[in-house]
Write a protein that binds this ligand. Structure first.
Ligand code: BGC
Length: 907
């Protein structure tokens, strides 16, 4: 093992490099500690000094002895978890001298690595959006509810936001602004039942603040789903306490969550109070730019407190969804059957417990919470909250959660050897993908996966095309869950038809932003934070969302071969969507081609042509390619259904032979604009637009990702330039493999020069600001397909880190970006692992990043369960049934449960 040893002191960071653990140090550095720089900037100097050296671990010689971490050092009146920081910086485990002395180096390093691969930890107290981002990342939930990872002792303020959301609970309010009625439909922030705190000697209850909190460490255990927060607190009165909360969602009885609250008085014996509350006075306040709107969605209808139990019932103001929150406080250390209700809360119910405590002893209190809402099908819980509470316990919740996650890690984990950070963040992404959706699998909830999970209020919890980035992961690991996301869309087919009709078209036009009913929830205006002006918002013209939903139907049915779903729901959706596009396409006699106008591609910087009042663009390449694909795909999928089933779907969609003929005609006559170099124009007329000097803008503004806002503040419009927020023209290459897209283009009668893909990728990358987190991951895939592995890796890793580092500087505070999280998982298995589910049998062509030693994961494809173990030389695959598979271009027969190992030529 190659090692570094570190001692961080006030004026110097001493580093020694050991090429072998048993041998002497070959290099020693004393790097001056610069107190004017941040600790992280100081640590960066270590990285620079060690550049080029190889090492597997670091030993920290002077870590402090804390219960929650052994790699914290105090330096210049500040404290830092050097372990966490250096692991982020150098991607190695950092062990303490104490652990090495106790367990030996090898065991200490192994234990630390295992810990790091399964935990998301933060040390210290952070302010504002930084803390809000961590709250989003530390969210616990189960797809029914999401509970932001706020401190349980926090109320909403500028640093803290304890939001609670239930899937499908939306509410609409209207706000009049400048004589305009603006209607907003929000995923409702429901009553805060996670609130629990303590007080001493009947003084003010403690709420989180940086004066009293001496130290805080938060750790999300991905194996169990438990978020543990440990604090050392010194009150102004001098009382010192260690307070720990453990919070988790019940993954089986998904109406429940539990908090174990333990308090240890450190320097006093006396009277301790525990305050437990359900706060019904909360509003939607997570996104400050929405504060100009009416954000009040709750109406409390009743509160009760009895014994150790309290309930709060209410309904959402306009959608009239009923909710009841119940909470029970118990303790193994004292009697809680007669809690005192505090009546000073008009919109909340609070109970208090008073206990006599002894210094140095730990007291445990369990708060179990039940959430019932009237939007759950076949559920009577609203009337039985108390009895459900009576059965709820912290230990049961731990068991239910641990069992669920154990199963998840068994069948949906992606194991990466050789890259600690990628491993940890991959698991974080898998965790959040299910925190956002798990309960939907029950079929009792009429909801889909919101773009920002159940983790915050950005985009008001709405459902976008982002589902497309999630569906492959869900289909390969949780097919029933994937189906339920599609059922949310199927149930909104009538709304999509009404939407199309209102716009003057036939068939089904799904809304760009979907919420409760499936009507369009995208706004007409958008607040420009630089100018504070209301700019028009045409984003609803991203009609490609219907094509993305069609792609989702295909992804699911292709991966699962669920022909029953296709017959009953999928085909009707596809035909209804196709009908919309048939009605949208217009034939041009002069070119002999069809055009589609009045749309936007995924790039939201282009809403219409400059100097043109007509909203939307003509012949967006992504849209037209996806229409061509849909029309061909319907013809192919039709073959999978018997005639009666197809006719039933066709009649439900009012799809006749005439339309089928028209569809066949349009499918090979759609217009694309492709220039001499083979660049596919994002839309017709794109090449007429001027380019922007990105370099000059970067020099002036630094971060230019939201170039639209910068340009608008300068009185310009992004419509006028070749500048894109995200991948657009090349999106189809993300959805399919290169030959499929190429065939589509050729079928439309266009020829492409050699190297066209490379040229297109570079051309559009130079014009893209990555203002959406969905952009980098798409370009990572494109570069990977184009064998530009370095570029692919750097875009992938930025995508993987995007929420962890909140690379957009504050958007994670308003919810995770679930689309990119799931897309990273697909890239890892489909592109790095090379296991593609796009054809009728799995195709394997690995392209592991150089530093990944091995990758292991499972897939469920067409009823068979596959396990893949892939390294740089060979692939080992096992299926539980007899199956054919293609590895490195050759077909193989897999025998049930017999591993097959194939060596492949690696790049
Ligand atoms: C992106 C869209 C995305 C939406 C929700 C926007 O910033 O441009 O592509 O659907 O966020 O995630």
């Amino acid at each position: 093992m190659q090692l570094i040893k570190l001692r961080i002191e006030n004026d110097a960071m001493n580093i020694a490099y050991y090429p072998s653990a048993d041998g002497p140090a070959t290099t020693r550095y004393a790097i001056a500690y610069n107190p004017d720089q941040s600790i992280n900037d100081n640590l960066e100097n270590i990285k620079v000094r060690l550049a080029g050296l190889k090492f597997d671990a670091a030993i920290l010689e002077n870590g402090l002895d804390y219960a929650f971490s052994d790699t914290i050092v105090g330096v210049n009146y500040d404290r830092i978890d050097v372990g966490l920081a250096l692991t982020n910086l150098l991607n190695i485990p950092v062990v303490s001298r104490a652990a090495v002395d106790q367990d030996g180096l090898v065991a200490a390093v192994k234990a630390k690595k295992t810990y790091l691969k399964w935990h998301l930890d933060y040390y210290g107290q952070y302010q504002g959006v930084r803390n809000n981002g961590q709250e989003a990342m530390l969210t616990v939930g189960n797809g029914y509810f999401g509970l932001r990872g706020a401190y349980v002792e926090a109320r909403a303020d500028k640093n803290n936001y304890p939001g609670t959301y239930v899937a499908g609970v939306f509410d609409q309010e209207t706000t009049t602004i400048k004589d305009h009625d603006v209607v907003n439909e929000d995923l409702v922030n429901l009553p805060n039942a996670q609130f629990i705190t303590f007080g001493v000697d009947h003084q003010e209850p403690f709420t989180i603040n940086d004066r009293d909190v001496q130290d805080v460490y938060r750790s999300l255990d991905l194996k169990t789903g438990i978020l543990t927060t440990t604090m050392l607190i010194q009150l102004q009165s001098g009382h010192m306490l260690q307070v720990q909360s453990q919070k988790l969602a019940n993954m089986q009885d998904w109406h429940r969550f539990s908090i174990r609250y333990t308090v240890t008085p450190l320097n006093f014996s006396g009277s301790l109070q525990i305050y437990s509350e359900i706060d019904g006075s909360v509003v939607n306040g997570n996104v400050s730019r929405y504060n100009v709107f009416d954000q009040h969605h709750l109406q409390t209808l009743g509160m009760e407190s009895c014994g150790n139990t309290m309930t709060l019932a209410g309904e959402t103001k306009s959608s009239k969804i009923n909710y009841t929150f119940g909470a029970k406080l118990t303790s193994p250390d004292c009697e809680t059957s007669q809690l005192i209700e505090l009546k000073n809360q008009p919109q909340g119910v609070q109970q208090t417990l008073s206990v006599e405590v002894q210094a140095g002893q730990t007291y445990t209190f369990d708060k179990n919470v039940v959430i019932a809402t009237s939007n759950v099908a076949n559920d009577t819980l609203l009337n039985t909250v108390e009895s459900s509470l009576a059965q709820a316990s912290f230990d049961d919740t731990v068991k239910a959660s641990s069992d669920y996650w154990a199963k998840t890690w068994h069948d949906a984990d992606i194991k990466i050897r050789g890259d600690l950070t990628s491993q940890r963040l991959t698991r974080v992404n898998i965790y959040h993908s299910l925190v956002s959706t798990a309960a939907l699998e029950s079929g009792q909830l009429d909801a889909s996966a919101g773009a920002r999970g159940l983790h915050g209020e950005a985009y008001r919890g709405h459902v976008f095309w982002d589902e497309m980035f999630m569906l492959p992961f869900y289909s390969l690991h949780r097919p029933e869950l994937a189906k339920q996301l599609l059922m949310y869309r199927y149930r909104r087919l009538p709304a999509a038809r009404a939407n199309a009709k209102a716009a003057g078209f036939a068939g089904a036009m799904y809304p760009w932003q979907s919420a409760q009913k499936g009507d369009e929830q995208a706004q007409f205006t958008h607040l420009n934070p630089i100018t504070q002006a209301w700019d028009p918002d045409n984003s609803r013209l991203q009609r490609h969302v219907s094509l993305d939903i069609a792609y989702d139907v295909w992804t699911y049915t292709h991966i699962t071969q669920d022909t029953d779903f296709l017959a009953k729901y999928g085909m009707e959706m596809l035909l209804s969507i196709a009908q919309f596009w048939i009605s949208k396409a217009t034939y041009d006699e002069t070119t002999g081609r069809y055009s589609i106008a009045g749309v936007m591609g995924p790039d939201e910087f282009h809403e219409n042509y400059p100097n043109n009042q007509t909203p939307g663009l003509k012949n967006n390449a992504y849209t037209n390619l996806m229409v061509a694909w849909l029309f061909d795909t319907i013809a192919q999928l039709r073959e999978q259904l018997d005639n009666a089933a197809y006719q039933k779907a066709a009649s439900a969609a009012a799809f006749n032979t005439e339309l089928a003929n028209k569809m066949a005609d349009i499918s090979h006559k759609l217009t694309l604009e492709i220039n001499k170099s083979g660049i596919i124009a994002q839309f017709e007329g794109y090449f007429n637009l001027p380019t922007l000097d990105f370099h000059a803008y970067r020099q002036k503004f630094g971060d230019i990702s939201r170039m639209d806002r910068i340009l608008k503040a300068e009185g310009k419009t992004p419509d006028a330039y070749q500048v894109a927020k995200q991948a657009d023209a090349l999106m189809a290459f993300y959805n399919f493999d290169v030959p499929t897209v190429q065939k589509l283009i050729e079928k439309l009668g266009y020829t492409l020069p050699k190297e066209y893909l490379t040229h297109n990728i570079q051309y559009y990358l130079e014009r893209t600001t990555h203002g959406s987190t969905l952009s980098r991951i798409v370009y990572a895939v494109l570069n990977q397909l184009d064998e530009n592995y370095d570029q692919a890796w750097s875009l992938f890793s930025e995508a993987l880190f995007s929420d962890y580092y909140d690379i957009q500087g504050g958007t994670t505070a308003e919810g995770i970006h679930l689309g990119v999280m799931c897309a990273t998982l697909l890239l890892e298995t489909r592109n790095f692992g090379g296991v593609s589910a796009l054809a009728d049998q799995l195709q394997v062509a690995p392209q592991l990043p150089d530093h990944w030693e091995a990758l292991k994961f499972k897939h469920t494809f067409r009823g068979a369960h596959y396990t893949f173990v892939i390294n740089h030389e060979k692939v080992t695959v096992t299926a539980d049934q007899k199956r054919s598979i293609t590895i490195a271009g050759k077909d193989y027969q897999l025998q049930a449960k017999k591993p097959l190992t194939v060596a492949y030529a690696h790049n």
